[in-house]
Ligand binder design. Structure first.
Ligand SMILES: [Fe+2]
Length: 178
């Protein structure tokens, strides 16, 4: 077994806990955000622990799929609420999706030993951590919180028919420690 190499510049750990201050006053969106925060946290810890590339790609794939679902739901709620910045928000969603796809493609294109992340170069590792961080801070905190004054006009559990909510399920295989 190899012990992890000493990194002279350890990646900064970043942790965001969902709390009421992050609520956009809509239960369906809040539930999605809680789950996205957990997924991002899981991916970050895989990177920091230098878990296998296989585990990382499974987690990134899950993030991509859930993000797609969440963005669709969030935009449907915005549309039903008459949110005036829908176009802008949609473009921001498209950019986030593209950034995640590009970075995932870059990771998969590397000629690395798939049993370890040690072969990921520092730049890729840092870019991935910083993308995840900007997802949380820029998307959930800065952009989505602008929805709150708009959504406060509706009951918290308001969920228009075209935006079915899927509560996060905690039965994913990577959530269970081996
Ligand atoms: Fe969101």
């Amino acid at each position: 077994m190899n012990s992890p190499a000493m990194d002279p510049r350890p990646e900064p750990a970043f942790q965001l806990q969902w709390r009421e201050a992050l609520s956009v006053h809509n239960d369906a969106i809040d539930r999605d955000h809680r789950w996205l925060i957990e997924l991002v946290d899981r991916i970050q810890s895989l990177i920091l622990r230098r878990a296998s590339l296989a585990q990382l790609t499974v987690a990134l794939d899950e993030l991509a799929r859930y993000t797609e679902e969440h963005f669709t739901r969030e935009e449907a709620i915005q549309r039903a609420a008459g949110y005036p910045h829908l176009g802008e928000h949609h473009r921001a969603h498209e950019t986030l999706k593209r950034q995640l796809q590009d970075l995932t493609g870059r990771i998969l294109a590397q000629p690395v030993d798939r049993t370890t992340l040690d072969a990921l170069d520092d730049d890729t590792r840092r870019d991935l951590l910083s993308l995840l961080r900007s997802w949380l801070i820029d998307h959930i905190i800065k952009e989505d919180l602008q929805l709150r004054p708009w959504l406060e006009r509706f009951p918290r559990d308001w969920n228009p028919a075209d935006a079915p909510s899927r509560p996060p399920e905690k039965t994913h295989q990577t959530a269970t420690p081996g």
